[in-house]
Design a protein around this ligand. Structure first.
Ligand SMILES: [Zn+2]
Length: 169
């Protein structure tokens, strides 16, 4: 039996009522959202958006890593995105996990020490969001004037708070 039986069945149900075949690949809200992989975050729903409206880039902690920059370069320069929001959240695992515990858990489970992996864990929550906004604002590969926001999502209330709003300059 497949480990993926549930989602294969889910996809079959989805395709039976699928109506999005004529959507453009260009994000209609001219927006890219960078957020955490946390299961409690449904980025499009949180912002009142629908499929086809935004690029969504996710990783542990919503950190601006080289791979996020790689994707945003394409979003902004080729796919008409004009604004980027970085949305961190309360109760984030990336801010609770300690690197020593994570390394030892991997070592215990696999026999391999992930000492060469940069996990981009969060130390101070406010500092991390500010740093991620600044990493986008100052990136030389984004056009001057691209709008950048840093927001915090409260997983217990559903409220998003704007913490930073700036432009690439
Ligand atoms: Zn998180």
């Amino acid at each position: 039996m497949s480990a993926f039986k549930d989602i294969v069945e889910g996809s079959q149900v989805y395709s039976e009522s699928f109506t999005n075949g004529s959507l453009s690949a260009l994000p209609q809200a001219r927006l890219a959202i960078v957020t955490c992989m946390d299961t409690r975050i449904n980025p499009l729903t949180i912002f009142g958006l629908d499929v086809g409206e935004a690029h969504v880039l996710r990783n542990a902690g919503a950190r601006i890593t080289p791979d996020v920059i790689r994707s945003l370069i394409k979003s902004i320069n080729q796919l008409e995105v004009e604004r980027v929001v970085v949305m961190h959240h309360t109760d984030c695992g990336a801010a609770k996990i300690k690197i020593d515990g994570l390394r030892s858990a991997v070592l215990n489970a696999t026999g391999s020490d992930p000492d060469g992996v940069e996990f981009h864990l969060i130390g101070d929550v406010d500092d991390a969001l500010a740093a991620d906004v600044e990493a986008i604002r100052s990136c030389p590969y984004f056009p001057v004037g691209t709008a950048v926001a840093g927001m915090l999502y409260d997983v217990h209330t559903g409220i998003v708070t704007m913490k930073h709003e700036t432009f690439v300059s």
